[in-house]
Ligand binder design. Sequence first.
Ligand SMILES: Cc1cc2nc3c(=O)[nH]c(=O)nc-3n(C[C@H](O)[C@H](O)[C@H](O)COP(=O)(O)O)c2cc1C
Length: 414
Amino acid sequence: MSQTDSLNLQPVNRGDASSPLVLLGVTGCIAAYKSCEILRGLQKAGVRVKVVMTKNACEFVGPTTFRALTHEPVAIDTFGDGPGDPIHHVSLAEECDLFLIAPCTANVLAKMAAGIADDLLSTTALACTAPIAVAPAMNVHMYEAVATQSNMRTLAARGVHFIEPGEGYLACGDVGRGRLADPADIVSYALEMLKSERDLAGKRIVVTAGPTVEPIDAVRFISNPSTGKMGFAIAEAAARRGAQVTLVTGPVSLDDVAGAQMVRVGTACEMKAAVDEAFPSADIAIFSAAVSDFRPRVACDRKLKKGADDEALAHIDLVENPDILASCGASKRAGQVVVGFAAETNDVTGNARSKLVRKGADFIVANDVSCGRGFGADSDETSFVSASGEEHLPEMGKRQLADRILDKALEFLK
Ligand SMILES: Cc1cc2nc3c(=O)[nH]c(=O)nc-3n(C[C@H](O)[C@H](O)[C@H](O)COP(=O)(O)O)c2cc1C
């Protein structure tokens, strides 16, 4: 009985030399056995798959399984090639159309973020110029650790795709986020990447992100808790897909997005000025910033003092800020796509629908921010609201949502 029979798998198309090649990276996770299902899903779609494993991954699944499934040697050892063999970390990196690391350990994420190349998989990742997609899987506390989150942000800013883990019961007994995304979803994501990579090439996209801050005096301001994560995720995804991106952001603690033109502003008026400059030549404009509706009529240039300035502190005279989304919605030319966001706590889609009409947007991403969701969260449950109806999206990570928003905007552009 062959390995394949013992796994009770049906024969599948393993692709040929003209098929796209996915290099599947397998790391030392309890979910490593799910790589077999991912591999089979890719092969069923006609994709050729080669496997590179870490030595620790071999503690979880044997390379024989992958060799039987791929009919290809499994790459593990940086120095294990025979005389005349290709140098694996270079040849694998060069020949693949996509490097999919699924599941990916916290350790490999950290090594990739730091540029460490101390085994074949991490060396290949560093040498790889093809798109890289990573499906992390780990214990919830490892996933939520500041180091892991920071490593993922670093990698995302460099264009690495993330297929984010789900929530649920984890093998270690904990409950929370960290469970490998569903293998079928990982396969779909990889296939989508093979198909749509750089589908925004030649398009100009303006994205707004973060809060605005409206000074009251030299030390006080009106603002909101927006972190900018959504807008930055959209800008990252758009840049990765080949668009020319301008990211206009209020004050946030996120690093610049590689490949995007960054415009960092403070107030709503400054954001409006930056958008006015970029919008006329944009194909798509996505307004995810949480812009303050009002600002103090006068911003005192010194600190107002309790006691001496009680009157000025207790009665702040407010004036309305410019409505950036509405002004772009009103002035947009044929062929431009305008996308707004509605963060609502009640009647989410009703409010989004009225915003769609009032602001002249093509569609609104309606986000339920009740129960602590929305601001600062890593995942959202949203709906796209447009003139043709509503499309509810299941809860997903902001990076995945960013791609869905861009897919939807592309539909309007066509
Ligand atoms: C039973 C067991 C399960 C593990 N599961 C995971 C996991 O799901 N994710 C993770 O990041 N590390 C996990 N680890 C820890 C990694 O195996 C460890 O960090 C290892 O150094 C990773 O090696 P690699 O990144 O080179 O594959 C697990 C360890 C054990 C013993």
